[in-house]
Design a protein around this ligand. Structure first.
Ligand code: 5CU
Length: 376
């Protein structure tokens, strides 16, 4: 077992606290938790691509079980600490997993947000200096309620930012109605942790998608969703309008580091943008925003990709993450080491070989500095 004092910080690690699991148990559509006679653990069904297998399993007890097993890794804080100790992780910034509060009615989301954020705060309080959290916002509620929620979470001792999906108030993150929320978050010094959930429309995966398991929606749909969301933010001018806004992108920014050059080229070759006066010499490029307002997690599983992330944003802006409890080992004991974690630590060490200050920074130093994890 690795030492829990090695200074590794995990900023991409999720939980569904018990009250959120209870909500999912009562639901009839995704996100849903259901028991099936053909499986010992209850199943957690989250993604649009899993709906067909949910329907099949409800009709036929011989059918393949849908979703993933809802093990203690999803909802037990003791299990989180065990996982951290097993992988030498000293501190974690835990967040509610997708789809957060996106599916709740406006009449209930503010109260549920408060309850869940308080629950996260209490869980962190059980392990001071080891656990912090990104809060969830009730984005289906009124602007007034969302801003009250920001006020509430900024007062919670262990809160270090908010986790946000890409839907915003229903029209994406370039929606001007979100500007007051971005301004409130910037003013409260709460970074956004931007995380995908919706992927791409199922049709793009083709007729044979069922043969390929979760690979297409998770390996490609998730990162493209993030890339599109943050590019829309960039094009709409959000980053110029709210210069203090800080955003951490899941999965190393999706494909943003790889596509930033192409985005820039498309911008400067667009006649409409030129006519509208949006191509002034003084404009900030995607590269500027990547280096000034964007942080990237290191959940990318490859030294080649990690080098690109670190070069795009700066090695001082990339932060280790695990995506726990997703991607457990399939053939070894879940209480032992997870390959989905060791791939990422190995990628960081390889990508920063010979530059130990960068290795330490990405594994924990950056998160500690940016998210104030040495303060209690
Ligand atoms: O396996 C999955 O579906 C997921 C998910 O839903 N959310 C996430 O963060 N990682 C994997």
């Amino acid at each position: 077992m690795a030492s829990p004092t090695s200074g590794i910080v995990d900023i991409h690690t999720h939980m569904y606290p018990p009250s959120y699991v209870e909500i999912m148990e009562k639901r009839t559509t995704i996100p849903i938790v259901r028991k099936f006679p053909q499986a010992s653990d209850p199943r957690l069904i989250l993604l649009e691509e899993e709906v067909k297998s949910l329907e099949d399993a409800l009709k036929d007890p011989q059918a393949k079980v849908p979703g993933r097993p809802l093990t203690t890794h999803y909802s037990s804080v003791q299990q989180k600490i065990h996982f951290m100790d097993t992988h030498g992780i000293r501190k974690s910034v835990v967040s509610l997993a997708n789809p957060w509060l996106d599916f709740l009615d406006a009449s209930e989301s503010p109260a549920i947000a408060k309850k869940i954020n308080d629950e996260f705060s209490d869980l962190c309080g059980q392990y001071p200096r080891r656990l912090f959290f990104f809060a969830a916002l009730p984005l289906t509620a009124s602007l007034e309620d969302i801003l009250s929620s920001v006020e509430h979470v900024r007062g919670l001792k262990y809160c270090r930012g908010v986790i946000l999906g890409t839907s915003g108030l229903g029209k994406g993150l370039d929606d001007p109605r979100l500007l007051p929320v971005y301004k409130a978050l910037a003013e409260a010094k709460l970074p956004i942790f931007l995380h995908p959930h919706y992927g791409l429309p199922s049709e793009v995966w083709g007729d044979r998608a069922g043969e390929y398991g979760h690979v297409l929606p998770l390996a490609l749909g998730f990162p493209m969703e993030t890339t599109i969301a943050v590019t829309r933010m960039f094009l709409s001018g959000v980053f110029d309008e709210v210069r203090e806004l800080q955003i951490i992108l899941a999965h190393s920014g999706g494909t943003l580091p790889f596509l930033a050059g192409r985005i820039e080229s498309c911008v400067v070759h667009d006649g409409q943008l030129l006519r509208e006066g949006k191509l002034a010499k003084s404009r900030r490029t995607v590269w500027d925003v990547l280096k000034e307002q964007i942080y990237l997690d290191a959940v990318v599983y490859s030294p080649t990709s990690l080098k690109l992330a670190a070069e795009s944003s700066g090695a001082d802006r990339v932060m280790f993450g695990t995506d726990h409890p997703f991607f457990p080992p399939l053939e070894t004991d879940e209480q032992g080491e997870w390959e989905s974690v060791t791939w990422n630590t190995a990628a960081i060490r390889k990508a920063t070989e010979g530059k130990s200050a960068e290795t330490e920074a990405i594994l924990g130093g950056n998160a500690t500095r940016v998210l104030r994890l040495d303060e209690e």
